[in-house]
Design a protein around this ligand. Structure first.
Ligand SMILES: [Zn+2]
Length: 238
């Protein structure tokens, strides 16, 4: 039924918001920051419970705070917080970037909410998991790739996870097709990103290309990603 709704929704809305019928179900809208904070906290609590069930004690659950910062979303081990942004408070130039990524203003906000109000929460929980289990990766790329894969594995455990990941895959394919690939011909994107990280970080479109492409790789490989296997592997070490 979900697929049918998506098809008819797309047909009715034409080119304005393709796939909006499905997107509205898996990308919840929040009326205010308190509502978003409560939903986000329940995601982090679920992650903690899943780890506990696998025999892994992650300690105190990070408190989610809704506050727009230049990093948009991050986990801070020092104060045990996950800070996430609110669309109305992000800088106009950031909104412009999202409009370009999404292919329009409404689509840009939809991309923002899909990733920064939902998907990346589990990515930050992945950083928390690696910090608490003292198994952080050696390179920046490896750490981010790992957090993306943990996030995909987590969302697969959720009741609407497959529909959500399918919607992300659709969005991500559009994003990476819409913005130019900054990788020079013949170079490996992972190696190029690692070697030019500082320079790429100054250009949000270039930096965004890699971040979203790496998420797309993880989403496409989701059938191989199992959260309980990852958690059990860490629990057996301690
Ligand atoms: Zn990260």
């Amino acid at each position: 039924m979900r697929m049918l709704t998506a098809v008819f929704g797309a047909a009715l809305l034409g080119t304005i918001l393709p796939g909006a019928g499905l997107a509205q179900q898996v990308i919840p809208l929040h009326a205010d920051t308190a509502g978003l904070r409560a939903t986000a906290q329940s995601v982090i609590n679920s992650f903690h419970a899943r780890a506990a069930a696998a025999g892994l004690d992650l300690g105190v659950v990070p408190a989610v705070e809704v506050r727009s910062t230049p990093q948009l979303i991050f986990y801070s081990p020092n104060n045990g917080k996950i800070v996430m942004p609110w669309w109305d408070d992000v800088a106009p130039e950031v909104r412009t970037v999202f409009a370009r990524l999404g292919g329009g203003d409404a689509e840009g906000e939809q991309v923002f909410r899909a990733f920064f109000h939902r998907f990346f929460l589990a990515h930050e929980a992945g950083h928390w998991l690696r910090y608490r289990s003292d198994t952080r990766k050696e390179t920046l790329y490896a750490g981010e790739d790992d957090a993306n894969r943990i996030a995909v594995a987590f969302w697969r455990t959720q009741p609407d996870g497959e529909a959500f990941l399918a919607e992300l895959e659709r969005m991500l394919a559009g994003i990476v097709a819409r913005i130019p690939d900054p990788t020079p011909a013949g170079e490996d994107p992972v190696a190029y990103f690692g070697a030019n990280y500082q320079e790429l970080g100054r250009d949000p479109m270039k930096y965004g290309y890699y971040q979203f492409r790496f998420v797309l790789d993880a989403v496409r490989e989701r059938s191989t990603l199992d959260l309980d296997t990852i958690l059990a592997g860490l629990a057996s070490r301690s």
